[in-house]
Design a binder for this molecule. Structure first.
Ligand SMILES: N[C@@H](CCC(=O)N[C@@H](CS)C(=O)NCC(=O)O)C(=O)O
Length: 203
């Protein structure tokens, strides 16, 4: 299988984390795609131009981090990321949805910052900065939840990948004011699958 990624994509990082967690490194070739340019050869592989994108050995392509993570989890061995039933399952989905909502906002913020200065919208930048600050407060409370502390799940992976964008958002400095969240992020960063996929970038 081939997993198309970009080094900095938090969504692709989720899929890469699952590859490591499931021990699929020898079965999944990681391919760096060229996104956000006109006429990239990647568009012939994935017309949406987005990553992550998983091309199975039978040639079928899967788009979207949630679908790919689920597919990889079931590809080999016992699935470890399936949700429990009942109240716990609802709680897991609730936390995952909040983490995904934060990630989506941070991704929009980061994308806007990468545009040329004269094309950036100050309104959008402020809106996303405010949203991110509210989410940091929310996670300082929610991080004590048993599902954020227990065995690794998709809500935890999503939140850790969202905060992987933090160093690229110079005005987003959530950690100092959020000690419980900061401890959690430091602990998560030590996990080999997260350490192996930490985005390398320079300020
Ligand atoms: N909902 C998608 C989002 C994927 C996404 O937005 N990927 C970004 C990188 S972080 C991308 O490929 N952007 C390239 C483009 O928009 O052309 C998922 O969960 O996989």
């Amino acid at each position: 299988m081939k997993l198309y990624i970009t080094e900095g994509s938090p969504y692709a990082r989720m899929a890469r984390i699952v590859v490591v967690e499931k021990g699929l490194q020898s079965q999944v070739e990681i391919v760096v795609a060229k996104t956000r340019v006109s006429d990239s050869p990647y568009y012939r592989i994935n017309p949406s131009g987005r990553v992550p994108y998983l091309v199975r050995d039978d040639g079928v392509g899967l788009e979207d981090s949630t679908l790919i993570c689920g597919y990889l989890d079931h590809f080999a061995g016992k699935p470890v990321f399936d949700l429990p039933g009942g109240e716990q399952g609802l709680e897991a989905r609730r936390l995952e949805a909040s983490a995904r909502s934060m990630l989506d906002g941070l991704a929009v913020w980061y994308r806007e910052l990468r545009r040329p200065q004269n094309e950036r919208s100050p309104t959008l930048l402020q809106h996303e900065a405010d949203r991110a600050a509210r989410f940091a407060d929310l996670w300082e409370r929610e991080i004590a939840h048993t599902l954020m502390r227990g065995s690794l799940n998709i809500a935890q992976i999503t939140l850790a990948c969202a905060f992987g964008l933090e160093p690229r958002l110079p005005s987003f400095r959530a950690r100092g004011r959020h000690p419980k969240l900061s401890d959690w992020l430091e602990h998560m960063a030590e996990r080999p699958s997260l350490a192996a996929t930490t985005p390398a970038f320079k300020h």
